[in-house]
Design a protein. Sequence first.
Length: 219
Amino acid sequence: MGKVSLADQGPTRRTWSRTPVKRFGTTNRDSDPSLMVRVGEGDPGAINELYDRHARRVYALLVRIVSDRQSAEDLLQEVFLRAWDRADTYRESEGRVLPWILSVAHNLAINELRRRGRRPQHAPRHEGTQDDDPYLRLPEGGPDPSDQAWDRIRRERVERAMAALPESQRQVLDLYAIGYSQSEIAVRLNEPLGTVKSRMRRGLGQLRERLTAEGIGPA
């Protein structure tokens, strides 16, 4: 039997520390945007439905970033509490609900790593693609000061190279780096999928050229 990862085990609990003041009926036939509207109106059934639909995927993202099942479970609760508190800020024009929730999860996980004094690793992709490019990954610094110094130099050069890209390419790569898939980026930017893929391909090509010229190869 194959090894089961922490993320594969899934979250083990669902608790809410803030009690909503309203209660409405909801069904599992509601779309995610409809559920977000209900959440904004104070419907606890709607946030529970969103949790049941997406908690496993959010949890997998958290585990892969923080590498700690207990911390991931704690963060998972906070993610959906944030979704509850900020539902009225969500706009359908932003795209699908899941990427919005995953962005909340990503930010909370990165903040947790910073709180611990650890440098964030790259976020996992939402779907498999050939563009899981090593130039978008920054390895976690080890205890050796020389390794940490090199990682810092590499990070700064990657950031400079990214900043030099055209805005359209940088926007696509930024979204991809925090975990959006190409199809989700297309929806969020209201662009054809082919356009997104083309921008990503050109952006990664320029990124490789700039970093190779500076002596920065794939990690």
